[in-house]
Design a protein around this ligand. Structure first.
Ligand SMILES: NC(=O)c1ccc[n+]([C@@H]2O[C@H](COP(=O)([O-])OP(=O)(O)OC[C@H]3O[C@@H](n4cnc5c(N)ncnc54)[C@H](O)[C@@H]3O)[C@@H](O)[C@H]2O)c1
Length: 320
């Protein structure tokens, strides 16, 4: 018996692979290595396969049968908002067609357990600061749309026997093991670290938002806590009935951009003085997860705060 992890050679997926292996489980990783790194998953069986390829469904079915797969955790996707605006069809091909192939293979191989990587991007720009799962989802870019469509596809499959949990991640950051660190320079903390490494000041986009210090507030969740949430989701499905099937994953507490920069100054042992730039379009002032549902139903809550996130993200060469 084994668990199939799509996108398992990626940043978040490799953290979950490691937790599964620590529990003594067999893991098969399916990844096209477009953004994955094989060295992150040295102990798993790695199958190089593009989920959106024409023959993906039959190849996935064969992998599931050969390795006696009983559960799937689906991370494989393209994830850059700006790129999704430039290449929307490519995003639909990868994220929606890839999921369609995966669901079809699961159905024919009779695999009925799934955990899906969704995103707070499904909410768009909500008009409330603490976001519960039940508000209307209005994604504002193709990336968020593909995640919402993915949730709908899974809900439809659930009517035919699939038992799935969809996790809507907020701002994922930090690292559980240095060798699994996020190598993409896309999110606030890696962007600041990149600028510091080049001897440049961090940039703050807008300091006139209606928040206590004027900068945007987000919910930063440690990738190691997020990885634990996937294990909790698998255990919840294995334990029986699923009352709710979609959960926010965050801390329930927000941190402003200036608070993140302060935490990074402490971790780096040097004062960072940011440059202030104009607001970027599409940035809501505050986006924080309501985490009551995941706490109640899965018994999961984040245990690491902002300073632990930032400390773990700072690479050895930048440490004081
Ligand atoms: N990182 C975040 O802040 C964040 C936030 C919300 C949701 N998510 C979601 O979490 C998941 C994992 O994100 P991550 O940060 O680890 O990204 P990542 O890019 O590090 O990992 C994704 C993995 O999927 C693989 N992949 C991509 N397209 C594929 C395809 N067509 N076929 C097979 N493999 C493919 C890549 O090679 C990579 O290894 C994604 O679905 C992403 O949308 C991430």
């Amino acid at each position: 018996m084994s668990t199939l992890v799509t996108g398992g050679a990626g940043y978040i997926g490799s953290h979950v692979v490691r937790l599964l292996e620590q529990r003594g489980e067999q893991v098969v990783v399916v990844d096209d290595l477009s953004n994955g790194i094989p060295a992150r998953v040295p102990n798993a069986t790695l199958v190089e396969l593009d989920l959106s390829a024409a023959d993906a469904e039959s190849r996935l079915r064969a992998v599931m049968e050969e390795h006696a797969v009983t559960a799937v955790i689906h991370f494989a996707a393209k994830k850059q908002v700006g790129e999704s605006v430039e290449r929307p069809l490519w995003y639909y091909r990868n994220n929606v067609e890839g999921l369609a192939n995966l669901l079809a293979a699961m159905e024919s191989a009779d695999v009925t357990t799934m955990v899906f990587s969704s995103s707070a991007a499904v909410y768009g720009i909500p008009d409330i600061g603490i976001v519960p799962e039940k508000i209307d989802c209005r994604p504002i870019n193709p990336y968020g749309q593909t995640k919402l469509v993915g949730e709908w596809m899974i809900d439809n499959a659930a009517r035919h026997g699939l038992r799935a949990i969809k996790l809507r991640y907020f701002n994922v950051a930090g690292t559980g093991w240095p060798e699994l660190a996020d190598t993409a320079v896309m999110n606030l903390i890696p962007i600041i670290l990149d600028r510091v490494a080049m001897g440049r000041a961090p940039v703050v986009f807008g300091d006139d938002y209606p928040t206590p210090d004027g900068t945007c507030i987000r919910d930063y969740v440690h990738v190691a806590d997020l990885a634990d949430a996937h294990i909790a989701a698998l255990d919840h499905i294995a334990a029986g009935g699923i009352a709710e099937s979609v959960f926010n994953v965050g801390t329930g507490r927000g941190a402003s951009v200036l608070e993140v920069i302060d935490a990074m100054s402490s971790a780096l042992g040097r004062e960072l003085t940011p440059e202030i730039a104009p607001r970027r379009p599409g940035d809501p002032p505050q986006l924080v997860a309501d985490v009551s549902a995941i706490e109640r139903e899965l018994g999961w809550r984040a245990s690491r705060g902002l300073s632990a996130i930032v400390e773990s993200a700072v690479p050895a060469e930048l440490r004081p």
